[in-house]
Design a protein around this ligand. Structure first.
Ligand SMILES: *[C@@H]1O[C@H](CO)[C@@H](O)[C@H](O)[C@H]1NC(C)=O
Length: 404
């Protein structure tokens, strides 16, 4: 049976109380933030502090209230409802592209390929009637959205779709971006579905779609924010480690606040998870292991076939984990990579460790770039109120893309 707060009238009552509380809390938070020294970061404005606290107060809704607003991935979205965007179906990944470790994991979890939605976003004023094959040398950014692997969507109305849209706005070379609505995982008290490696199969299916449309691999850049970054890394790992699958290596990786340590193994007193506890959008508590927002995500993603230990050791799950297996040469032959992180975010260490490990294996000058934006939160490029840092970061990233 569903927990009490997942049911009406309790869920409604909880939300009502939350809203009433908020009316009082907002002025309280504003007053509390008057002295700069009381703000999570002295450079932040009062309104930014209030927005962060408000966002934080909603972070437990999905698990606590069962408020997991999921898009039905079997339903077609009419193009007439989209602005500068197009909906297409991505065919399920062909079986012969699923080999080696990925096949082993898919078989173990009973995961099959599936048709999923994809969304093109176009630079304003360049929308075409049908989806055209690429022009000579055309680059495309291929995005996997964030949302802890169980929330969010690639739909252009989703908050994270602002990331590819931001790239379209600031890049000279990228005319359109593509994003995959990969299957989201779930577990008790919901109906368990779509565990690892479902989302990876879907992400690779979208890459195959772009290749089949005519894009050359070096002109395709994998991009992902938060959990989407995790998927980019897993897909790249599979492609590089499994040449017999015959999938070419993409031109680059663009990771925004990637989630690389699912089991939260870095928890010393000077780790970012602890040090930045009060300056990020997540509930300001110590890591809750298998419970809470991240714990639910990891349990759902592991499903029945995999164990918590896998989230600590398997590089397809947690490439930044303290206990990852096969550290030696783990990122050998990876394409050029740009990692953007926020200096105030809790999973900053995931980015730092990734950058360190990737640089150790790819020593060519500036092959791996780590860009840490001062005083910024997790996935700040998805939030319009994180200006001007958002625009500045996108400008730096587009400069990188345009010469890649
Ligand atoms: C939207 O447009 C694309 C490209 O022309 C087309 O392939 C797709 O079928 C259209 N989708 C719908 C739901 O009409």
């Amino acid at each position: 049976m569903a927990p009490l707060l997942h049911r009406q009238p309790w869920k409604g009552l909880f939300l009502l109380l939350w809203a009433i509380q908020l009316v009082f809390k907002i002025p309280f938070w504003a007053i509390k933030s008057l002295p700069r020294s009381r703000r999570p970061r002295p450079s932040w404005s009062i309104s930014r502090c209030v927005r962060l606290y408000t966002l934080r107060s909603t972070m437990e809704f999905p698990v606590k209230l069962g408020l997991v607003l999921k898009r039905d991935l079997t339903v077609e979205v009419a193009n007439s409802t989209l602005k500068n965007s197009k909906f297409v179906w991505i065919p399920g990944l062909r079986e012969d592209f699923i080999q080696g470790e990925l096949k082993e994991y898919a078989d173990k979890a009973g995961v099959k390929p599936s048709r999923v939605p994809g969304y093109w976003q176009y630079k304003v004023g360049t929308l075409t009637e049908s989806v055209e094959p690429p022009k000579d040398g055309e680059k495309v950014v291929y995005h996997a959205h964030g949302g802890a692997l169980y929330l969010g969507s690639a739909h252009p109305k989703d908050a994270t779709a602002r990331i590819p849209r931001g790239i379209l706005k600031h890049s000279k070379r990228v005319q359109r971006t593509f994003a995959v609505d990969y299957r989201l995982c779930a577990s008790e008290p919901f109906v368990p579905e779509h565990p690892f490696p479902s989302a990876i199969l879907d992400f690779i299916a979208g890459y195959r779609y772009l290749l089949d449309l005519g894009f050359t691999p070096e002109n395709i850049i994998f991009a992902g924010d938060s959990a989407g970054g995790n998927l980019c890394l897993a897909a790249a790992r599979y492609i590089i480690r499994t040449p017999q699958a015959g999938i070419p290596v993409p031109g680059g990786l663009l990771l925004f606040s990637p989630w690389g340590d699912l089991a939260t193994t870095h928890t010393d007193e000077d780790s970012s998870v602890i040090k930045n506890m009060h300056s990020d959008m997540f509930i300001a508590k110590r890591p809750a292991g298998r419970k809470g927002f991240a714990g639910y995500a990891v349990r759902s993603y592991l499903g029945k076939a995999f164990e918590w230990k896998d989230a600590e050791t398997n590089p397809y799950l947690s490439p930044s984990s303290k206990h990852v297996e096969g550290l030696e040469g783990m990122f050998k032959d990876f394409p050029k990579t740009y990692i953007l992180a926020g200096e105030a975010e809790r999973i900053l260490d995931d980015s730092k460790i990734l950058a360190e490990r990737m640089s150790a294996d790819n020593t060519e000058y500036e092959w791996i770039k780590l860009d840490i934006a001062e005083d910024e939160i997790h996935d700040f490029v998805a939030f319009p109120w994180c200006e001007p840092a958002r625009t500045q970061a996108l400008t730096r990233i587009c400069a990188w893309i345009d010469v890649l």
